[in-house]
Design a protein around this ligand. Sequence first.
Ligand SMILES: NC(=O)c1ccc[n+]([C@@H]2O[C@H](COP(=O)([O-])OP(=O)(O)OC[C@H]3O[C@@H](n4cnc5c(N)ncnc54)[C@H](O)[C@@H]3O)[C@@H](O)[C@H]2O)c1
Length: 347
Amino acid sequence: MTIGLAIIGAGYWGPNLVRTALGTPALRLDWLCDLDLERAKAVLGPYVTVRPTDSFDAVLSDPDVAAVAIATPAATHFDLVRSALEAGKHVLVEKPLTPSVAEAEKLVSLADSCGLVLMCDHTYCYTPAVQRIRELIRGGSIGDIQFIDSVRINLGLVQPDVDVLWDLAPHDLSIMDFVLPEDITPVAVAAHGGDPIGAGRACLAYLSVWLSNGALAHVHVNWLSPTKIRTTVFGGSRRTIVWDDTNPARRLAVHDRGVDTLQAGAVQRDQRRQALISYRTGDTLIPALPEREALLSVMAEFTAAITEGRPALTDVRAGLRVLKLLQAASRSAELGGERISLNGMAE
Ligand SMILES: NC(=O)c1ccc[n+]([C@@H]2O[C@H](COP(=O)([O-])OP(=O)(O)OC[C@H]3O[C@@H](n4cnc5c(N)ncnc54)[C@H](O)[C@@H]3O)[C@@H](O)[C@H]2O)c1
């Protein structure tokens, strides 16, 4: 049985949802809705059977529509998601889930009480590279996580409604949330933002996240860099993963190189300082990754969650965890980079 779908938002990202929904046999795309009807018509072109509309109410009152995918600006997400859930539709919503934690918490309760799927499109979590990183970390082959270092910089569009943290860091934070074992959680953040071009909002930002096992993660996001760098390093006690998303021939490398430490009792007192740390050089493994478009896997996970009646892999709770980090990061940046614990308190 196919699932009737409507896509809301035909701007920059919506057409990618249209293309991948049309490429998913379990979905039947019925509607493309945008306040700008001409835009929806232009995205569909003359040949498809999908109906363009500017009426969200028309979509919600169509009994053949079981699910909606929302790709409108973040400020509109809360009202659109709430109305869709109240109309009994499953929802896939773009990142960030909403602009505020309070709204996201309301959506968590609503999705629970309706028994419907509310999935966040954390697209990167569905790339073959991130799926492999999750297997490597959760399977224990890199040992204990010691650090994460993520750089996502390029010449990006200065967004009218959000700063660079809210535009780009959801990617890094959702990846971190996805790959870390469940017992390692963020405990505090600190962030600095910069606006050297006078855009009125941070165009570059540095974010530190302290983790419950003592590891430290760092995220650098930037719209002003003429070179594009998308590299994340996951340092472990046994191995270190380097993910370079701009290098298709070698997206992932797993290095058996790092620092070993000995227990203080294992060496003589006078040897201690030298012997406590030793450097290990071993092989580097380049994992073979399948070529698969992440958004097709997003659509597959959305349909599987609906048919199996289970939460999606990146469900509304994952979206809420990312929002809590973003909100705390914004607060820290406002306070000049103060460390903010995730219970909302400046430390
Ligand atoms: N997953 C990803 O990698 C990724 C990439 C880019 C953008 N996004 C997310 O997608 C969302 C949309 O971003 P965008 O860049 O496509 O924005 P956009 O401004 O290009 O397009 C948004 C569209 O939504 C329409 N719209 C606004 N309010 C509406 C409403 N109430 N009903 C129907 N249509 C409405 C607008 O007319 C516009 O055409 C954002 O949340 C953004 O963060 C995700």
